[in-house]
Ligand binder design. Structure first.
Ligand code: HEC
Ligand code: HEC
Length: 339
């Protein structure tokens, strides 16, 4: 636990407590963590051993089917970082005229990203587990990366402390000078000359910015991005002339960008990890749906549905599309819309 000891001497705040705890994990803990996360977020599609048609959702998925993660001759061609960024990416709109997609960029909508659901540390644990499925080992040095980030935070903290101190000294001197001058002139008040400490102020502001960045790197590494984030109540009103276009956009995003169809069915089509959405328009309230798809973990921490990084207006469009799904009940074809 070198990192913990390093910080026992430091002056960095509460974050370091979390950091030291996380950095303490040994290799086998990391393996167990990877296994548990894989079982929770990947196994339904890729199967326990990563083989074709092993996951219960495999056969109901649209093409392409989930990759065979046990195939060493294929998976062996990927670097650790490439696997990491497959799982930690921004989803891309694959519709014609959608997002620009690079030639060797992985952009299959039905392979969900966990970037908005898990910490980087957790994703590295998953990459380690995936490596094991095709008989390889993770080479990326996760512990070293953590130490680098921790050291950078430590350095940024002391730089910021020094800059703050220098600023305080310079500001106090300006105030003392002003007081002295007031005495000499025999007046109540002389304004302090703030140009005498402008440089110290600028250095301090810059150092605090750098400290925030270093802190964000550490935080992103060890904490889940949706943690503590509260999705604000959306305004779901739409001008009547815009409804059709929004619904169309929501439908496109549903399959071509966020691959919701990988896990949910509408009619006979789509996966079965989550509930069928044929009747979402009757059953589900718009505000609830919006908040759910923005950050499912905020409403149900253990859900298998990932947060996929939808923007506010994307979430609004998808919510509106789901509102149009009003299939009759199979056993009771004539149904009055509820609410
Ligand atoms: C909803 C089903 C689904 C889930 C859940 C899922 N995947 Fe996938 N995965 C896919 C599909 C579909 C592909 C694309 C296969 C292709 O392009 O041939 C894929 C591809 C991959 C690839 C290959 C990427 C490449 O560059 O070709 C890796 C690695 C992978 N998944 C790992 C994971 C891991 C790890 C998890 C859990 C964190 C996971 N997947 C969760 C469906 C899924
Ligand atoms: C990796 C699989 C997966 C993906 C991808 C996924 N979901 Fe889900 N979804 C689930 C699961 C599992 C649940 C059940 C939630 C629970 O109880 O944990 C769920 C629940 C829901 C619900 C609530 C349904 C109900 O009847 O209670 C809605 C609505 C929903 N998802 C919409 C979406 C939308 C829209 C997308 C795409 C932006 C999406 N989901 C992507 C797995 C997924």
């Amino acid at each position: 636990m070198k990192v913990a000891r390093l910080f026992a001497l430091g002056t960095v705040g509460g974050l370091i407590g979390v950091w030291a705890m996380m950095a303490g994990g040994c290799a086998s803990e990391q393996q167990q963590k990877g296994r548990a996360l894989y079982s929770h977020y990947c196994m339904h599609c890729h199967g326990e051993n990563g083989r074709q048609n092993e996951g219960f959702n495999w056969s109901s998925m649209p093409d392409p089917k989930p990759k065979d993660l046990s195939n060493k001759s294929e998976m062996g061609t990927f670097k650790d970082e490439e696997i990491f960024y497959t799982i930690y990416r921004d989803m891309k709109d694959t519709s014609p005229g959608g997002d620009k997609i690079g030639d060797d960029e992985f952009a299959v909508p039905t392979m969900p990203s966990l970037k908005y659901t898990l910490s980087e540390d957790e994703i590295w644990a998953i990459v380690g587990y995936v490596r094991g499925l095709h008989g390889m080992k993770l080479e990326f040095k996760v512990e070293e990366r953590k130490k680098e980030l921790a050291a950078a935070l430590q350095a940024a903290q002391s730089k910021s402390d020094q800059a703050t101190q220098a600023y305080e000294v310079a500001e106090k001197k300006a105030n003392d000078d002003a007081e002295q001058k007031a005495k000499e002139l025999n007046v109540n008040d002389v304004e302090a000359d703030d140009s005498t400490y402008a440089k110290e102020l600028a250095v301090m502001v810059q150092a605090k910015k750098e400290l925030n960045v270093a802190q964000a790197f550490v935080t992103n590494f060890v904490t889940r991005p949706g943690k503590g984030v509260n999705v604000t109540r959306p305004d779901l009103t739409v001008k009547p002339e815009q409804v059709a276009e929004m619904v169309e956009r929501g439908k496109r995003l549903y399959s071509n960008k966020y691959g919701c169809n990988a896990c949910h069915s509408i009619g006979a089509e789509g996966g079965k990890v989550g509930p069928a959405l044929d009747r979402a328009g009757f059953r589900l309230n718009g505000t609830w749906v919006y908040r759910w798809i923005k950050n499912p973990q905020a409403m149900k921490p253990q859900t298998r549905m990932p947060a996929l990084g939808l923007s506010d207006d994307e979430a609004k469009a998808v919510t509106m599309y789901l509102g149009t799904l009003r299939a009759p009940k199979p056993d009771a074809p004539i149904q009055k819309p509820a609410g």
